[in-house]
Design a protein around this ligand. Structure first.
Ligand code: FAD
Ligand code: NAD
Length: 461
């Protein structure tokens, strides 16, 4: 079968499906090709199932902690965990969102082809569907094949060595869980499993966990890992796994064996470059990623690339924003991808949010800066939530008070990311924040308080 269309999108992850929906809404003929389930990594094996597991683990751990030691006058009996029901609940959320994406695509008039796609040239995608081969010829191609976990040669996936995908499919929390890689996934899932009762050991090659974040932001997470009984080995490398356990080389040169029922390897992800015909296209590369310009155009005319395939930060909201933009460009709009900031949120306990520049990064760019840090311990709402380990911090230009960065660490601060990003995107100055009435009592007040502090006008400190 042959389909002639304006756009073919290869990959139905957040980047791909958002591009397709927007294209359809703009009246462009669009075919979306997805080999697996709609929603890609994010919806099926990433953002959504991991956050469901994190929430369930929080609830279980909270009840268990009330059972161990009553707090605020509340005592509880020890909770029981029916993990199969937890997994069912998580899978139901994924299923509901899968169906939601399918219906949004249909509503936008997008034709979805379920099957593995392969580009045979810059205009043609051959798709092997259950009912036979379909050739899609398109004026524009949007490549959105996403990313996959990096495998360590010494710890190939299989058996007890698992990637995040298999970790999210476990039928029970492992009694002993070793995690190689103390980054986003290792810590989000590691903390969740520790709360579900696993004895967790994190092995991180760098000299601290979450090395991509400012050290001040990660300290409360280190404290929490400690309180949860998780062991964190930094500057440590995993050498291999045998019946005797996971062998690691520690910072001091000694070797240790860590007994583990599962070894979760989360040492980063790489762009999915194989299996879809990249070798037959004339694309420029940027290391292991497809090179794109500010419009997500590749080196070939009419071929666009978005999302994890195009590099860091490998985040769902970046992929979606790029997808939306490319559809609008194809529809004739003048667009370029120049966000003031792409928010980074780590759903650890406590959560971390980082938007824009740190003071150090701002100085490295030649800015003279002023900063303000407001501790959660001085915020009424944080105290009522028993959530006082953390802070909100602002970085602004010293000359005109333009905000360059805002970050925070604390329970529930992921929800502040929208306000932080909006402030940067709208070019807010410290005075814009202090002149905004922030509802009381909320964690959001810490942004105003941090801004007052940067101006040397602290109100509540
Ligand atoms: P993907 O989501 O990887 O989708 C690519 C799609 O292309 C897949 O569905 C794949 O099946 C399909 N495909 C590939 N090749 C072909 C082919 N030849 N034919 C047909 N289809 C093909 N990001 C966040 O922003 N927040 C989070 O909280 C977060 N949590 C995460 C947790 C985990 C455990 C993981 C693994 C990732 C997480 N991420 C998170 C990252 C996020 O999932 C990715 O950045 C995002 O999914 C990238 O979107 P994408 O559209 O580029 O690619
Ligand atoms: P990551 O880059 O966040 O962390 C990998 C960690 O592994 C790093 O700290 C690195 O120093 C360490 N490491 C590398 N090689 C090692 C080795 N041989 N031994 C021990 N440690 C080693 O990668 P990830 O956790 O796999 O996540 C992949 C990507 O998925 C992230 O970069 C992010 O883009 C995305 N993600 C985002 C979120 C979120 O937004 N909340 C959540 C999960 C995943």
């Amino acid at each position: 079968m042959l389909i002639d269309t304006r756009i073919v999108v290869l990959g139905g992850g957040p980047g791909g499906y958002v591009a397709a929906i927007r294209a359809g809404q703009l009246g462009l003929d669009c075919v979306l090709v997805e080999a697996d389930r709609l929603g890609g990594t994010c919806l099926n094996v990433g953002c959504i199932p991991s956050k469901a597991l994190i929430h369930a683990a929080d609830e279980f751990h909270r009840l268990a902690s009330y059972a161990r030691a009553p707090r605020h006058g509340i005592a509880a009996a020890a909770p029981t965990l029916d993990f199969a029901r937890t997994v069912e609940w998580k899978d139901a959320i994924v299923g509901r969102l899968n169906a939601g994406v399918a219906s949004l695509l249909k509503k936008a008039g997008v034709k979805t082809l379920r099957g593995h796609g392969r580009m045979t040239d810059g205009k043609t995608c051959v798709v092997d569907t259950d009912t036979g081969r379909v050739t899609v010829k398109a004026e524009h191609v949007i490549l959105a094949t996403g990313s996959e976990p990096i495998e360590l040669p010494a710890l190939p996936f299989g058996g007890k060595i698992v990637s995040s995908t298999q970790a999210l499919e476990l039928t029970e929390p492992p009694a002993r869980l070793a995690i190689v890689g103390g980054g986003y996934i290792g810590l989000e899932l590691g903390i969740a499993f520790a709360k579900l009762g696993s004895r967790v050991t994190v092995i991180e090659a760098a000299d601290r966990i979450l090395p991509q974040y400012d050290a001040d932001l990660t300290r409360p997470v280190v404290r929490r890992l400690d309180a949860l009984g998780a062991e964190v080995l930094t500057a440590t490398r995993a050498l291999g796994e045998s019946a005797a356990g996971l062998e690691v080389l520690c910072a001091d040169g000694t070797r240790r064996r860590i007994a583990a029922d599962r070894v979760l390897v989360t040492v980063g992800r790489r762009a999915r470059l194989k299996g879809w015909g990249l070798e037959g296209l004339d694309l420029a590369m940027d290391g292991g990623f497809v090179r794109v310009d500010e419009r997500c155009a590749t080196a070939m005319r009419g071929v666009w690339a978005i999302g994890d395939l195009t590099g860091e930060p490998m985040l769902a909201h970046r992929a979606m924003a790029q997808g939306e933009m490319v559809a609008e460009i194809i529809a004739g709009e003048r667009r370029a991808f120049h966000p003031a900031a792409i928010p980074a949120v780590c759903f650890t306990d406590p959560e971390i949010v980082s938007v824009g520049l740190s003071a150090e990064a701002a100085r490295a760019r030649g800015h003279e800066v002023i900063t303000g840090l407001f501790p959660l311990a001085a915020n009424g709402r944080a105290l009522t939530l028993a959530a006082e380990d953390g802070f909100t911090r602002v970085v602004a230009r010293a000359d005109n008070h333009l905000i360059l960065g805002i970050d925070a660490v604390g329970p529930g601060v992921s929800e502040l990311s929208a306000a932080f990003t909006l402030a940067l995107e709208m070019g807010a100055r410290l005075e814009d924040i202090t002149c905004t009435i922030h509802a009381h009592p909320t964690l959001g007040e810490t942004v105003a308080e941090a801004s007052y502090k940067a101006l040397g006008q602290a109100l509540h400190m």
